[in-house]
Every structure is written in structure tokens, then in C-alpha cells.
Design a protein around this ligand. Structure first.
Ligand code: ADP
Ligand code: MG
Length: 687
């Protein structure tokens, strides 16, 4: 899309080419020139040679050097997609999958979804037999293994962003190593923005253990090749705070305004942590920019996080209009996954949202936590792509040097492993503790996951998937607890409702958060609020949305996120299809909320809590591990405080808050999971 600036100022219009073939013809050679100017281009033949001759090739190169967008195209040009084979490139993040796929389609002058396509959960934009280059999340590729364990459609699989060490990436790497033994024709490329190449290399080095057969010439070399792409980042000047900031959000906003006031033109990239603080910062900056008399029209503030609509994504990549300054306020997705052109200034809050799991308390948290030095360096690097830039770190130099950890911890070692275990089980991997991981997960976390899955009736006493529940749950591309809720809902006669709830729980939030109108927002929420809790409230919202004729006006009036609701409809359709495949008939409980709550309990009994009558107001303790938790202010049960509740997830700020809460009767717990609450029978589980 090309950006057209409105003469009046302020309003931006976008012209989107109607047909991609006409737009690609126009300016084709300039795209070629741009491609040839990327650092990775010099290594094109070298990369192709290594991939031809090595089972695994590890490629390290700075963000923006062309790894993601170019290497799949080189492979395609060299014939790796001939004869119906497909080149895959995985990403840890959905938004990155969409963005790079559409960029590569544009570069190749093809329509997205034809030769170049993508798959993310609940969205498949590929055409079997036509698609040659396929971008997908690592999680989706893991799922594909359930139908095709050797991934026979693929000639080359590029596991991109390996330095992120996401949970799914690590599982994938472990499994790909196994597949390689059975498929000598398969080639792996592992690409990464930082030098973790050695660990990866020794992980994939099977040369010592393999027997050499006669006539082995056609087999690729077993030891991985390592190639380092030399970048050409410009110098980045680092600024630190002299005193620690008490409020990183406020500090980020002031720093942006300072840069805008004092520094020459050039775009600003701000790293915050998630949708909530990003939306707040965008709102504050937009207001401030309007207050500034001077330069007021010069600031274009845009958010960047997963779950953005297509239109908002396009704004991020559109060129900055002449005379304006773009400010992109992002999660760490812009750290290495996406290349943004024109960034000269980086503001680094020093934080990101990270998953932390504590196997003792059995609580998984999404926490705003300090980043590592490696991340801080990546973030700074984003300022030096087009010319020398500046990075403003919202922490002190002393903190950076003395306290910031050198590297992050792989997600595998700080996650709840329930999903991971069930996926491996579904792939027939029984000895999970003995599995060859790039980084071993903590055994306690593994034991916890096995316990929960056993109590859910998904694993039997020999730790094998149960039939049919276990296999069915494994097939639903959702958290096993949600899948179990759906299965139970079908038995209890509320499959319609649980599918709606599952769809709503799959989007970030259906509410719109606007600063300064808290009262109006609360009132809107009250119109839907159900005494039974958030899940029932969601059903009311969904009903209202349908009755309004799926109207965006209606959403706007009720502080409901229209894009989120449209997504809910899409996901719900997908879940209906899956339910149909599993033989689940759709049936409504016609407003019997007890049945629905029992279904939720059947999936989420492990998250049960009791109100502590004699302690601090609103304090709950988890039944499982006596952890102190509170109902999140966004819940309709905030201040209502029923005696027994079940939560969907926990977020931590000053306290541990339960998000999406439902009131239950404690007798349902023992009904749903007698073993779990009696602790008996657990010893019998075979680990
Ligand atoms: P890497 O994977 O090595 O970080 P990429 O392949 O993502 O690098 O990007 C290579 C180059 O392609 C970028 O430097 C940028 O010039 C261009 N590019 C990538 N994505 C886009 C996009 N969505 N819009 C415009 N240019 C892009
Ligand atoms: Mg990349």
C-alpha cells in the first residue's frame, strides 16, 4: 500500500492496489534492486551450496539482513519447491508470519495465498499444489506433524528466530532432529539474530553417532554448517537515565516528546510490553501531540502488537509521509521479528511481557519483567538500520552493567508444560523426560503437567493418551483445559455455549480500553454483567452482538472491540468445524448457566480458589497450593467476591490477579476431578 498524504494535513488516505499483478509490474526492477542490496544477497550461492550439502545449516545474521524474506525465495529459485514440494519458514509470532508472507508475495509479484501463503492458528491462506513457500507459526507446524509425522510435503524447513527459544520452537527443534534421521532428503535451516549458533550446532550434530553406509554420497553431511551473514548496521549512540525511572510508561512518553522536540527528523520505535501499556502510551502521545502547537501535525503515533487488524498492520509498514515523524509503540515483536524501515531513534523501556511458571504453586504468570542484555542490544540495533541513530534506555548504565541478566531463559524452562506434553504424547513420544531437548525442562514442571493431564482424564495411568477423550483433546488446537471444557460441554448439553466461550477466551480482550472514561466503560459492562461471572457475561455480549446484526456501531456504543468480535465469529466457525469432525453435536443449554459452569469446572478445576473469610478484603487462596490471589478489576466479579471461584489465567502486577473468573459450587470440583483433590491415585501415574 502506498501512503497518500492529504493536503489538509492530519488525515491519511491509503490506496491499496486492487490487483497485485498490476502493482508488481510497476516498479518490479526497483524491488529486484532492493533485494540485491541486502547483506544476505552476497551469500546467496554459499547458502544454497550449504543447504544442498548439509542436513542442517545454521545462519546467523543481523535483523534486517534479509534472512526471512530472501532465503525462502533463493530456495524456491534453486528448485527446492519443484515437484509439488514446499519450502516452510516458521516464526514464533503470528503477526510476523502474516507480515513476512505478504512482503514476500509482494516481492515475487504474486497474490498472497497462491505461490506464497501462510498458516496461523484459525487462518489458512495456502493452496495445496500451488503454494511453494509457506510461512507458519512453529506451533502450527507442530500440529501438522499429527497428520503427517515426517512432514513429507516439505523439502526444506527453515526454523526462523531460533534465538527467541520459544516453547514451540524448542519442541519443534527436538522433533525435527528425530525426523531428520528418517528423512535424509529433508533440509533444515536454523536462523537466528544472535550467536547461539554453537549450542544449536552441537545439538544437531549427529555425525559421530551415525553409521556410514556404502554408497553414502547422496546423503548430506551430518554435521551442521554455520554461516554468519555480515550486517552493516550503523553506529548507535546509547543514552542512559541518570536516575532510575519510577514509571517507565511516563518516561517513555516524555522521551518521545523530547526527541520530537530536539532531534532531526527520523522515526521513533518505542519498546513497551503489551497491549495495555501500548494503548495508554499511544493515547497519551496522541493527546500530547495535539497540545503541542508546534509540530503538532508532525507526529504519527501507531501501536504494534499481535492481534492488530490488517489495516493497522499496513500502517506500520507504510512509508512515513514527508515532513512527518512516525512513532511506533511496540511489544518486543519489533526486536528481531519484523524489520521496520526508517527508524532512527529507539526508546527501550527495559521490560517485556514474559511467561513465568512456578511448578510449586502451579501458577503460570504473564509478568512484566526485565529484559536481558542480549535483548537490549537487539533493541538498540534497530536504530541503526538506515543511518547512525540513537537509543534511549529508560534505565541506568549501572543497572545495565551490573544487574541485567546476560541472556534470557528459554521459554521451555519457564512454562507450564501441559500443552507440550499432550502434543508429544499425540505424536507417540512416550518417554518425555528422556526426550532430546535443546534445553531440558525442569522435571517438577513435567511432573505437574502429567498430574494435571491425568486428572483431566487425558492421560491414563500409564501416561498414555486416553481414548477417545485424550486423542480428541489433542486434536483441538487450543489449550488442553479449554479443549476439555468443550468435550465436557458436549456431554453436559451446552456445546454451543462452550464453543462461544472458548472462542472469546482465544482473543485478547473483547472490551475496548479507553483512558479517562472509566465510569462509562463500567456502566457499559454492567449491561452484560452476570452474577455467575465473566464466562456467562461473555455469552451475553455475544448474544447482544448477534442481535445487533453484528453491528460495529453497537460495539462502539458498548465499549466492545469490534475487531475482536469479528475474530470471535471466525474462530467460532473453525471450532464448529472441529467439533463436527470430532462428532460433537451442537446443542444449547438454553440459559442454564449451571451446566455451563460445570463444563468450565471440568476443564479448569486446577484453578479453583476459595475466598479467605477472615483476612484482607477480596483475598483468595488457590486450593491446590494456597497461593494468594485476587480478582482482577476487569472482571465482573471484582468486589462481588463469591466464596468459590475458578479463574482462566493469572496476571501479576503488584499482586496476582485472576482474569476471567466464574463462581462455582465446591462440590463440582470433586465431581470433576476426584483424584486431583484427594491427591490419591497420583502416585500411580507412570512418569
Ligand atoms: P531478517 O529476517 O534478516 O531480519 P528480513 O528478511 O525480514 O530480514 O528483511 C529484509 C529487508 O526487507 C528489510 O531490511 C527491509 O528492507 C525489507 N522488508 C522486510 N519486510 C518489509 C515490509 N513489510 N515492508 C517493507 N520492507 C520490508
Ligand atoms: Mg527475520
Amino acid at each position: 500500500p502506498r501512503l497518500v498524504d492529504d493536503e489538509e494535513g492530519g488525515i491519511l488516505f491509503f490506496s491499496t492496489p486492487t490487483s497485485s499483478s498490476s502493482s508488481s509490474r510497476f516498479g518490479y526492477s526497483s524491488i529486484d534492486k532492493q533485494r540485491q542490496g541486502l547483506p544476505v544477497y552476497k551469500y546467496r550461492n554459499g547458502i544454497l551450496y550449504l543447504v544442498e550439502n548439509h542436513a542442517t545449516t545454521i545462519i546467523v545474521g543481523e535483523t534486517g539482513s534479509g534472512k526471512t524474506t530472501q532465503i525462502p525465495q533463493y530456495l524456491n529459485e534453486a528448485g527446492w519447491a519443484e515437484g509439488g514440494r514446499v519450502i516452510a519458514c516458521t516464526q514464533p509470532r503470528r503477526l510476523a508470519v502474516q507480515a513476512v508472507a505478504s512482503r514476500v508475495a509482494e516481492e515475487m509479484g504474486v497474490k498472497l495465498g497462491e505461490e506464497v501463503g501462510y498458516i496461523i492458528r484459525f487462518e489458512d491462506l495456502t493452496k495445496p499444489g500451488v503454494t511453494k513457500i509457506k510461512f507458519l507459526t512453529d506451533g502450527v507446524l507442530l500440529r501438522e506433524m499429527m497428520d503427517d509425522p515426517l512432514l513429507t510435503n516439505y523439502s526444506v524447513i527453515m526454523v526462523d528466530e531460533a534465538h527467541e527459544r520459544s516453547l514451540a520452537t524448542d519442541i519443534l527443534l527436538g522433533l525435527l532432529k528425530k525426523i531428520q534421521r528418517r528423512r535424509p532428503d529433508l533440509r533444515l535451516i536454523i536462523s537466528s539474530a544472535t550467536i547461539e549458533a554453537r549450542t544449536m550446532s552441537s545439538f544437531f550434530d549427529t555425525s559421530g553417532r551415525m553409521h556410514k553406509k556404502a554408497g553414502d554420497e547422496i546423503e548430506p553431511k551430518k554435521e551442521p554448517a554455520i554461516l554468519s551473514v555480515e550486517g552493516r548496521g550503523f553506529n548507535v549512540q546509547i543514552h542512559y537515565l541518570e536516575e532510575p525511572a519510577s514509571d517507565y510508561l511516563q518516561a517513555a512518553v516524555s522521551t518521545v516528546l523530547l526527541i520530537h522536540d530536539q532531534e532531526p527528523i527520523g522515526d521513533i520505535l518505542v519498546f513497551l510490553t503489551g497491549q495495555d501499556d501500548i494503548d495508554s502510551a499511544v493515547q497519551l502521545l496522541t493527546e500530547e501531540a495535539q497540545n503541542l502547537k508546534k509540530n503538532s501535525s508532525g507526529l504519527v503515533v501507531l501501536p504494534l502488537y499481535s492481534g492488530l487488524s490488517r489495516g493497522d498492520q499496513d500502517l506500520i509498514f507504510a512509508p512515513t509521509p514527508r515532513g512527518k515523524r512516525k512513532v511506533i509503540v511496540s511489544t518486543n515483536i519489533a526486536e528481531t521479528s519484523l524489520t521496520l524501515e526508517g527508524i532512527v531513534y529507539v526508546v527501550d523501556s527495559g521490560f517485556s511481557k514474559q511467561r513465568f511458571y512456578n511448578p510449586i504453586s502451579d501458577i503460570e504468570n504473564l509478568v512484566v519483567a526485565p529484559i536481558s542484555k542480549a535483548s537490549a542490544r537487539q533493541r538498540a540495533g534497530r536504530a541503526g538500520r538506515v543511518r547512525s541513530g540513537k537509543c534511549y534506555r529508560l534505565y541506568t548504565e549501572e543497572y545495565f552493567v551490573k544487574e541485567m541478566p546476560a541472556e534470557g531463559i528459554p521459554e521451555m524452562q519457564r512454562s507450564n508444560l501441559v500443552s507440550c506434553v499432550i502434543q508429544l504424547k499425540a505424536l507417540g513420544i512416550d518417554n518425555i523426560l528422556g526426550f532430546d531437548w535443546p534445553a531440558s525442562p525442569p522435571p517438577e514442571a513435567m511432573v505437574r503437567a502429567l498430574e494435571v493431564l491425568y486428572s483431566l482424564g487425558i492421560l491414563d495411568e500409564d501416561a498414555k493418551l486416553t481414548s477417545p477423550i485424550g486423542f480428541q483433546v489433542a486434536e483441538i488446537p487450543l489449550d488442553p483445559m479449554i479443549s476439555k471444557m468443550i468435550m465436557s460441554g458436549s456431554l453436559l448439553g451446552c456445546s454451543e455455549e462452550v464453543i462461544t466461550v472458548a472462542a472469546i477466551l482465544s482473543v485478547q480482550s473483547i472490551w475496548v480500553a479507553v483512558r479517562g472514561v472509566q465510569k462509562e466503560m463500567d456502566e457499559a459492562k454492567l449491561r452484560f454483567a452476570a452474577a455467575e461471572g465473566d464466562h456467562v457475561t461473555f455469552l451475553n455480549v455475544y448474544k447482544g452482538f448477534l442481535q445487533s446484526g453484528k453491528s460495529s456501531q453497537w460495539c462502539y456504543k458498548n465499549f466492545i472491540n469490534y475487531h475482536a468480535m469479528k475474530k470471535v465469529l471466525e474462530i467460532r466457525e473453525q471450532l464448529k468445524r472441529i467439533a463436527h469432525r470430532l462428532g460433537i453435536a451442537l446443542k444449547s443449554c438454553e440459559g442454564d448457566t449451571q451446566v455451563l459452569r460445570k463444563a468450565v469446572t471440568a476443564g479448569f478445576f486446577a484453578n479453583a480458589c476459595r475466598l479467605e473469610a477472615f483476612s484482607q478484603a477480596g483475598m483468595y487462596k488457590t486450593i491446590r497450593s494456597s497461593q494468594e490471589v485476587y480478582i482482577h478489576p476487569s472482571s465482573v466479579l471484582f468486589r462481588v467476591n463469591p466464596k468459590w471461584v475458578i479463574f482462566h489465567s493469572i496476571v501479576s502486577t503488584d499482586r496476582q490477579y485472576m482474569r476471567n473468573v466464574i463462581a462455582i459450587d465446591p462440590s463440582w470440583l470433586t465431581e470433576a476431578a476426584p483424584q486431583f483433590y484427594q491427591q490419591q491415585g497420583l502416585n500411580k501415574v507412570a512418569y
